[in-house]
Design a protein around this ligand. Structure first.
Ligand code: ADP
Ligand code: LRH
Length: 492
């Protein structure tokens, strides 16, 4: 039976999922899973891009060995990062990781050239220090030989798609996350490119999700002994794919894409570009079918993952279920952090940073692993309430619950505490949101599904959704007041 193949590359791991439509149901199968470990070299933090390409090939080989007919494939990944291609068509250097420190201070420097309000009005994108605009500006200011010799800018999925097919194109949803794409004019923004001193010719034509962009290059077909598989552009920004797979039936819905990052917001038909959106630092990322994601980044489970890594380095290994269990046994509401404090962005000693944050804000710092994890998860849940209320205010909607998708929903405690914090139900599922969004956009392109709303209904009918009803309302209401005070935030 013909399957489509989705490669979904997250900041901590990647997977290749096969999917087929059986009647009105999606059936998926794990084909290949692999870690995505960044590599620190001296002061620089890189992605291991060739290893990721190697893993894409392993997926194709596994499909071949299982005698699966692959009808088409597509890739989605985390946003903002890119590779640069030289005159000979080869990749110039290893792409930087968005958590590399070379963008430190770049935002402020660029605002001396062009006001922040202007950058927002031209792009509708929230200010995050690692947006491609600031990465490119950092390379420009450092006189990077790589940028000097570059002929093409390809974002991570563009780049891997290029390796697979030899075709160069910039996919729309990911292009919007650069903060260099103007969604009103529908083109790369010339004024911003001028401000960072980067040539317009670096950018390839922009293709929309659902466009076929070549097929496997002949040398790869020969190398792997596979057939000539068509390659599609989907919502190549993983969050775009995740939101495409939210099993919402109501057109007014709120979502939380919960993985390494937590991305919370709603879907809109037009970018929201006013002063309030800028002041609240919301973003309008391009989506499928002419939609935009009005959302805000929340630091997410990165803090927990990095805490776990730090303990592992110290010789104490815990699985996620073990950490969740310890958190459940620790005392409630003992200390809070603002997950979006700048201190938590770079890799490093999270338990130490949490301790210092608590001391700085006059709280008793958590010491035991369970206490630390409880502090992280409760603080995330409370931050979700804050951002959900901001989303309601900004979009003029009232949501009667929250859809959660992504690997983070395997953390049942976080789902329950999120429901408690927002005092509304959480509908959790599917966990493989991005990969499923990737599959459905391929099916829409091939006429198997009519549009995104039919796709969402099919997702709803195919994967279980766990409902978490809010509990302990008063305790969480009181905790919210305490959290806002510690984080220095006022009610939305
Ligand atoms: P990304 O795509 O950003 O790499 P995922 O959507 O794959 O992230 O989600 C991975 C995250 O989900 C992990 O970092 C971890 O915090 C959480 N997670 C994964 N498995 C479990 C589990 N068994 N129990 C609790 N949390 C888990
Ligand atoms: C989530 C994500 C998010 C971006 C970040 C860089 O994986 O794509 O939407 O802000 O990574």
């Amino acid at each position: 039976m013909a399957n489509v193949l989705a490669y979904d590359l997250g900041a901590s791991s990647g997977r290749a999922l096969l999917g087929r439509l059986e009647g009105n149901k999606i059936v998926t199968e794990d084909l290949h899973r692999f870690p995505n470990d960044p590599v620190q070299v001296g002061d620089r933090l890189h992605w291991d891009i060739l290893r990721l390409y190697h893993e894409l090939k392993q997926g194709l080989l596994k499909a071949k060995h299982q005698k699966v007919e692959v009808k088409s494939l597509a890739i989605d990944s985390w946003a903002v990062d890119f590779g640069l291609i030289g005159t000979n068509g080869e990749l110039l250097g290893n792409p930087y990781h968005y958590r590399d420190r070379h963008t430190d201070g770049m935002m402020e420097k660029l605002f001396e050239e062009i006001p922040a309000a202007d950058v927002f009005a031209r792009t509708g994108i929230q200010f995050l220090a690692f947006n491609s605009i600031f990465q490119l500006y950092a390379l420009k200011r450092a006189r990077s030989p790589m940028l000097r010799d570059a002929q093409r800018f390809l974002m991570i999925p563009d780049l891997l798609r290029y390796f697979l097919t030899s075709e160069m194109a910039n996919e729309f949803t990911n292009a919007t996350t650069t903060q260099l794409y103007n969604p009103v004019l529908n083109e790369w923004d010339k004024t911003l490119l001028q401000a960072i001193g980067v040539s317009e010719t670096l950018f390839a034509p922009v293709v929309h999700p659902g466009t076929q962009v070549g097929s496997l290059r002949p040398s790869l077909i020969e190398e792997l002994g596979v057939g000539p598989i068509p390659v599609y552009a989907v919502a190549e920004h993983d969050t775009g794919s995740a939101v495409a797979a939210v099993p919402a039936l109501d057109r007014s819905f709120a979502y939380l894409s919960c993985g390494t990052w937590s991305l919370m917001g709603t879907e809109v038909r037009q970018p929201v570009l006013g002063d309030l959106a800028r002041e609240l630092n919301f973003t309008n990322e391009g989506g499928v079918d002419g939609t935009f994601r009005l959302l805000k980044n929340i630091m997410g489970l990165w803090i927990l993952n990095e805490t776990r890594r730090e303990w592992e380095r110290a010789g104490q290994s815990y699985t996620f279920p073990e950490l969740v269990k310890l958190a459940g046994e620790a005392p409630a509401f003992a200390a809070f952090i603002d997950p979006d404090d700048d201190a938590f962005l770079p890799p490093g000693d999270m338990p130490g940073r949490i301790r210092r944050y608590c001391e700085r804000t006059g709280q008793k710092a958590p010491e035991q692993p369970g206490e630390v994890v409880r502090c992280i998860l409760e603080s995330l849940a409370l931050k979700y309430r804050y951002v959900l209320e901001l989303t309601e205010r900004l979009s003029g909607q009232r949501f009667n619950g929250l859809h959660m998708v992504g690997g983070g929903i395997q953390n049942a405690l976080l789902c329950q505490w999120s429901a408690n914090a927002i005092a509304k139900p959480v509908w959790a599922g599917p966990a493989e949101g991005s990969a499923i969004g990737n599959l459905v956009v391929q099916w829409i392109a091939q006429g198997e599904l009519s549009d995104i709303w039919e796709a969402r209904k099919v997702v709803r009918d195919s994967f279980p959704v766990t409902v978490y009803e809010p509990q302990e309302r008063e305790a969480w209401e009181n905790a919210y007041g305490g959290f806002l005070r510690v984080a220095g935030l006022s009610r939305a």
